[in-house]
Design a binder for this molecule. Sequence first.
Ligand code: SF4
Length: 335
Amino acid sequence: MPVIRMRSAVIYLTERCPLACGYCYFRDKRQHDLSWKVLANFLVLVKREWGSPRSFVISGGEPLMCWDKVKKLVMALRSGFPGADVRMQTNGLMLDRTKIAWLSARGVGLEFGIDGDLGTTARWRRPMDRGMFARLVRNIRAALDAGISCGCTMTVHPDEVARMAENLRFLKGIGLSCVDITPAAFMPWDAARRAAFRAAYVDIVATPALRRMLFTREDREFMPAGLMDISLHPPGDVLLGDAFLCLPGKARKKFSLWDPATGTLRPQMVAYYRRRYALLWKRPSWRTYRDHVSFGFEMVNAMMGRNYLNTRQIVPLMRFMTRVHLSYGHKKISA
Ligand code: SF4
């Protein structure tokens, strides 16, 4: 029996990225990439401990900074884990028709980082300019035309709350029908901005055409105890889920689940995570995926021994989003 059951594997191929977004959740980005040796060892670990996860997410930094490695990894996933869903998170700027055709032919989905129209996106995704934004929109349309399953993460800075609905309509206009709204962590969500976010979110969800766009997996997927995401971070640390991406490199190493030299799990770290997650499952017996991410945020503060992440501001917002979705009667679906 595996020590922890795996839902998805998130692979951060590189810390490098051509953008420097003001709210980037990857707080301690340097220049590390995952080596192929580490990647190959990780896939062996996944197979040995967890069999076949339902999905793999390839991310960064910007994974297209290492396109050859993306191709090699996708081929390894397609042959080693047939049937698994494979998606790539990208800022979309380094895509071109050749890459789009390659990804389309191999059934790789894309999740773009775009926060709405030029004004909002360029304000936080620096140094995005008009030309880069036009390229991003062109690439999204080309990916959709090529039949790729596309979604996007719309990160909302506290100063952009008033434009949330307008930005959602912009994304709908360029053809995106699946949007994951994420309030930007580490940003100043004071009481007034939190109240404004809640009011704007309620209005959005009350509008059927906009509600249909929301990527509600986070709220609709009820996870049983012990089911978790596993994430691989450069240069070679394994953690549970993407909440831990914001940790400084030293902390990621300290809390890594495996020993990359031997490719085996570290029993004391497995016990650490199991102890911590046991707190999450005390009551009730199920949790939404977003609850799970929120708990990861709280664990980040416990690991750092201080208020590193603004959990008191961000976690209530995430719980509120879940409550709003549940009030629309989404059904419980088993994980
Ligand atoms: S594109 Fe993504 S990884 Fe790059 S700086 Fe922006 S948020 Fe961070």
